[in-house]
Design a protein around this ligand. Structure first.
Ligand code: GLC
Ligand code: CA
Length: 541
């Protein structure tokens, strides 16, 4: 058997640099701040840092609008700081996965500044231009941040495409020169010693705007194969593509190793079970555990033989999981550990988003003035104009706004949670005196140490990495239970997803490996009553 890929037994930690740690008191997290906390990440035991963008950017979308792919934004530090970070991580056995944002650039990128000047500019075709229809945009394609996806450009009287903010013009992947520029840039970062790429909205690069095709365009997979060939292929890096539009069939195409595309993708099926089908993420629907289990089981099965899953609850785009599907009040610790158990027990590469490992919660927003993310602000304006009730808009925003995840990391109980000595760029969650890393490190029963155990188990127990997956009691509305099996070893993961006690049956006894409650060392599974949010991993005997 070929040597197993290292990322199969790795755990990734996502850093949103703006909100992680500020080293110089300007209120903005930075690279030297990250360097000062590497001991913390090493203590947790993670293998890879996914670093959200640190490149120069006008920050229309907090760094996801890049104006220079080869630089480091002055607010985050210098290229020397970045090199030092890569080097110091290496010394601790941690790899850095860079965020690759190449569906679009900033409108302040040199290419776009040139492209917009005239129709015969050499960079014109780096972007996607079209004439309007009378005084209207070329077609009805929409931006994810609201409104039409075409923006009129005065200089030449044509429209350019932007699937996101109008300051994020879409690159034209049909253009070979564009692709060549991107491969060169990726190779530059690979040569600097990074460990891989997380690829922003990569499933829309094959767009065909004339046919209003956005995701899964006809050339998407050909582009990824070309990318693989021209850049990271054969170099033992790790790649993960963000694919909001993926289903299990396309999931296999991306991550089947024989196809030489990516190692894995982020797909969002399980993160959309509380949204009305066909609606937006703001259109809330009550959570049903059975739907969540169905989504996970489907992906676990689909990629069992070929391909690989990524496992995540959180990111800088998603609300905090303990507030979303756990209980961030009286059972915050129990439910955060339960959610971690459900996720880290499955097959795939787990991702932890900064603060998740200490059970950080959603922010208690009081009104629209508390939001700063462009997506939230635009949604409020649009829904107000279309006559939605203030109360309903606020309910959706509080539940789903990306701002929930973007408040500063809570390090300790000193002012501004120890995130900065200045004024933070965005408000710290007022619960930081209760919830912070320092407290978690002092408490042997904290969420932090529970995550550390889960990470350790993944390193030591091949059954977690390679074992088959079988969902148990799929129709049970309260319990999330499944079995993993590898080389004769059988593990059972059983979790009560809610506060009400729940009964579970399995005809065996289990030697307890890990639990969020005190347990006997061997438990009888023939009939057990699980306490609020109780989670158990056990080996069947
Ligand atoms: C991805 C990023 C998100 C960003 C968008 C546009 O979804 O995760 O934060 O706004 O792409 O780049
Ligand atoms: Ca700073």
């Amino acid at each position: 058997m070929a040597k197993e890929k290292w990322w199969k037994s790795s755990v990734v930690y996502q850093i949103y640099p703006r909100s992680f740690c500020d080293s110089n008191g300007d209120g903005i997290g930075d690279i030297n701040g990250i360097r000062s906390k590497l001991w913390y990440l090493e203590a947790l035991g993670i293998d890879v840092i996914w670093l959200s963008p640190v490149y120069p950017s006008p920050n229309a979308d907090n760094g996801y609008d890049i104006s220079d792919y080869y630089g480091i934004s002055a607010e985050y530090g210098t290229m020397d700081d970045m090199k030092a970070l890569i080097h110091e991580c290496e010394n601790r056995g941690i790899k850095i996965m860079m965020d690759l944002v190449v569906n679009h650039t900033s409108d302040e990128h040199f290419w776009f500044m040139e492209a917009k000047r005239s129709k015969d500019n050499p960079y014109r075709d780096y972007y996607i231009w079209k004439k309007g229809v009378k005084d209207n945009p070329p077609n009805k394609m929409e931006s994810c941040f609201g409104g039409n996806a075409w923006e009129y450009s005065e200089e030449t009287g044509e429209y350019y495409l932007h699937f996101y903010h109008k300051k994020q013009p879409d690159l034209n992947w049909e253009n070979e020169n564009v692709r060549r520029e991107i491969w060169n840039m990726m190779n530059y970062w690979i040569d600097l010693g990074i460990g891989g790429f997380r690829m922003d909205v990569i499933d829309v690069i094959g767009k065909v705007p004339d046919k209003e095709i956005k995701e899964n365009g006809p050339k998407l997979h050909a582009y990824l194969q070309e990318m693989n060939r021209e850049t990271f292929g054969g170099k033992n890096l790790m790649t993960v593509g963000e694919c909001w539009g993926a289903d299990t069939e396309s999931g296999k195409l991306y991550s089947d190793p024989d196809r030489n595309e990516l190692d894995m993708i982020f797909q969002f099926e399980q993160m959309s079970v509380d949204q009305i089908q066909g609606g937006q993420k703001w259109d809330l629907k009550p959570f049903a555990l059975t739907a969540l289990k169905e989504a996970f089981a489907k992906w676990q099965k689909a990629l069992e033989k070929k391909g690989w899953n990524s496992l995540f609850w959180n990111s800088h785009d998603l609300p905090r999981i303990v507030s979303r599907w756990g209980n961030d009040k009286e059972y915050r610790v129990e439910s955060a550990k339960m959610l971690a158990t459900v996720l880290h027990g499955m097959k795939g590469t787990p991702y932890i988003y900064q603060g998740e490992e200490i059970g950080m919660t959603n922010y208690p927003f009081a009104g629209i003035e508390d939001f700063f993310d462009v997506e939230s602000v635009n949604m409020y304006r649009e829904r107000k104009q279309s006559g939605y009730k203030e109360e309903d808009i606020m309910k959706s925003l509080c539940a789903k706004s990306r701002d929930n995840a973007r408040t500063p990391m809570q390090w300790n109980s000193s002012r501004e949670a120890g995130f900065t000595e200045g004024i933070p760029w965005c408000r710290v969650n007022p619960n930081y005196r209760e919830i912070n890393a320092e407290k978690a490190l002092e408490d042997k029963n904290s969420i932090f140490y529970y995550y550390r155990e889960l990470i350790r188990l993944r390193k030591e127990e091949p059954v977690l990495v390679h074992g088959t997956f079988e969902m148990l009691c799929p129709d049970d509305e309260n319990i999330f239970a499944y079995r993993r099996e590898w080389n004769g070893k059988k593990w059972l993961i059983v979790c009560n997803f809610f506060e009400e006690p729940a009964v579970f049956h399995y005809p065996a006894r289990g030697r307890v490996i890990l639990s969020n409650y005190r347990q006997e060392s061997v438990i009888r599974l023939e009939q057990i009553t699980l306490r609020p949010y109780e989670a158990v991993i056990c080996e069947l005997i």
